[in-house]
Ligand binder design. Sequence first.
Ligand code: HEM
Length: 453
Amino acid sequence: MAFFLFLSPFIHPQLQHIVAKMTLLDTLLFYVVHFVDRLEACQGTFLGRNMPPSTSPYGLLEPHPTVVASKLLVRKKFIDNGKQFNMIACSWIQFIVHDWVDHLEDTEQVHYPDLDDEQLYRHARLVTAAVIAKIHTIDWTVELLKTDTLLVGMRVNWYGLLGKKFKDLFGHLLGPILSGLVGLKKPRDHGVPYSLTEEFLSVYRMHSLLPDTFVLRDVTSSTTEEKCPPILHEVPMWELVGIEGERKLSTIGMDQMLVSLGHQACGALTLWNYPSWMRNLVAHDINGEDRPDPVDMATLEIYRDRERGVARYNEFRRNLMMIPISKWEDLTDDEEVIEALHEVYGEDVEKLDLQVRLQAEKKIKGFAISETAFFIFLLIASRRLEADLFFTTNFNSKTYTKKGLEWVNKTETLKDVIDRHFPEMTRKWMTCSSAFSVWDSMPTPANYIPLYL
Ligand code: HEM
């Protein structure tokens, strides 16, 4: 207790009463993690929560996760996502939820020969992370939630209502609405320390985006009016996972990989579209080696949400102040779905697992994700920018270097990045506007009403 009192000014005020009740060991562990949190960095920290852990009275196996997966999730026939979202968009989001990369050392080295390797690496990583965050905000998300409102909303998050030209000329003036969240003088966490959350992870369990085969294209052929390269062959997805999969993937060049992924639609987030090959998945262990026992991912995901105390669907909705359901017919008119829900959950709508419903929900026009998932997305997307020291106080040339900041400012889309590395690729193989749409689809129609500046 004395130890707690001594260090209590260091603890965020809203967490003090919780820490005061912890055992000595838990308190010590908490201090280590909290110290990292206070540095405004989040690597290695605990996941937070958007709502209290579930108060559901049901057991972990009620109903059995394998029954839920087999009756409601597993793919009967692959349903794709139309032209809206391609396999680059799918790979992108997996990497966003799991990892960061860097590639800018060479560029920075030319301009800053005095930086040593470690400094160069750190600057390059910072710049790359900012470019990724920007593309995620004003390109990927705009394609995921393809409506005019979201287009404006996401651009306002980055540039503000006054738009890019104004911000490039005058910098961040007049507050977040007019100049965007990026470049705020101080991070804003609205009194709650920022972290990704259990609920965020749950709604991003999007394995139904994955197809059954990867369609390899011939990028050496000459381009046609449709800009659609011929198919060479289809590789079953299960051959591309694990150590053996990595070896196979490493034989495919980056240009062939990008064009092939760009031309392939990803799966739709809907019932009965969970890839069957993931029910017998050879997953990696912590050392990157193949685990000896295959995993049934469809079952495991239902189990994971339950064991982590993520609320089941109705409780989840109530916590978000969204209307819960009282009978299966409130969910859908589809007789087949209602019958399957009866078979798995009986009459008890409170038992319905979040994952099942996220796939079953009728989508808003233009949205590739459900409305419930969108609520969580809305809560996190802006906070991710405004609570980050590197997008607010330190979004400047002192931290990023002058060239680094220019690099972030002049990159708007993934297509810009591809064009930098493969100057001919999109001209030859892409008709659409965003590199996240299926590449031979129509460009986004011109809109003469100025939606953003
Ligand atoms: C070949 C492609 C993929 C494979 C082999 C794969 C495999 C896995 C595995 C083994 C887990 C851990 C399961 C556990 O023990 O809880 C996992 C978790 C997860 N995956 Fe995937 N995945 C793939 C693609 C994707 C995609 C496209 C997304 C889209 C967002 C995604 C999102 C997630 C999320 C959110 C989790 C939960 C992470 C956590 O609990 O910390 N994955 N995946």
